[in-house]
Design a protein around this ligand. Structure first.
Ligand code: AMP
Length: 291
């Protein structure tokens, strides 16, 4: 496994591997590090489906808002590196901030509308930062396939839309959410939670699981699904609701919220929620259909 920090070096290495015929297909997993089994599930799938696996570790300042946790976001490169080595990753791309955004940097990509709903309401510049860094990484690495988690379903939908609309020659894969045995979706931010907060956080997967069961039992009314989740989440005093939304999966358009309102589509629905537990923002979702 090689660890590379600069753009010219990773480009040269990938060019070399392609020319030597070692890399008929290149798979790519972009991450911000502090790796857990959720990330590693993407890496494993990538290894299985491609000749060469590239993982990037870059805490992307452009996707953090001014009062968010960029500075204190967990970073542990040594542990990440040894996990990736064990999985047989070929290349780690670990650039410094200035390598990606040199002083005076000015070009950004924005996927309109999709980036302004759900998480985009409370994080208005987040998806612009995500789309920009992912496009830059795609241009640097030129992968055939790129792997994302459904944990960040809105992100996967946005990246897929960007790839289609900008005619990028890359297949976007969105893989299932990996959870702790108690149901909490794995997240690098879970380390921020105190034991009491972690207990409260479990209301999030439970509320979504309950909604899923009700849908399986025949519930289709979007407003009722949403209300059920909100009621469950409000049971914990440690938890504040950022949003609960029931939206189309492809266009992220919320189903009208009035009681007796629209019925969900059985193959095109995203049910997503974000909460704050103390200072930690957590998201979770389930989908009906494919991203
Ligand atoms: P991050 O390091 O948070 O930017 O995440 C990198 C990738 O890992 C993203 O595509 C995430 O959606 C994915 N990911 C994060 N947590 C999970 C999880 N619990 N299950 C599956 N994928 C995940």
């Amino acid at each position: 496994m090689k660890m590379i920090k600069t753009i010219p070096e990773i480009q040269a290495e990938i060019r070399k591997q392609r020319e030597q015929g070692q890399a008929r297909t290149i798979g790519f997993v972009p991450t911000m590090g502090a790796l857990h089994q959720g990330h590693l599930s993407l890496v494993q799938a990538c290894r299985e489906e491609n000749d060469v696996t590239v993982v990037s570790i870059f805490v992307n300042p452009a996707q953090f808002g001014p009062n968010e946790d960029f500075e204190k976001y967990p970073r542990d490169f040594q542990t990440d590196e040894s996990m990736l080595k064990e999985l047989g990753v070929d290349l780690i791309f670990y650039p410094a901030k200035d390598e990606i955004y040199p002083p005076g940097y000015s070009t950004y990509v924005e996927v309109e509308k999709l980036g302004q709903v759900l998480c985009g309401k409370s994080r208005p510049t987040h998806f612009k930062g995500v789309a920009t860094v992912v496009l830059k990484l795609f241009n640097i690495i030129k992968p055939d396939r790129a792997y994302f988690g459904r944990k960040d379903a809105q992100q996967a939908v946005i990246i897929k839309r960007m790839a289609a609309e900008l005619n990028l020659d890359v297949t976007i894969k969105a893989l299932p959410i990996v959870r702790d045995p108690d149901g909490l979706a794995l997240s690098s931010r879970n380390v921020y939670l105190s034991p009491a907060e972690r207990g409260a956080a479990l209301h999030l997967p439970r509320a979504l699981m309950r909604a899923q069961e009700r849908i399986q039992a025949g519930l289709k009314d979007a407003a009722e699904i949403k209300a059920g989740i909100e009621t469950e989440l409000r049971k914990s005093p440690l938890l504040t609701v950022d949003y609960v939304e029931v939206a189309t999966l492809d266009g992220l358009e919320p189903f009208p919220g009035s009681p007796g309102g629209q019925l969900i589509a059985s193959n095109n629905t995203l049910v997503a929620a974000a909460v704050k537990v103390g200072k930690t923002r957590l998201i979770d979702n389930f989908i009906l259909g494919e991203i």
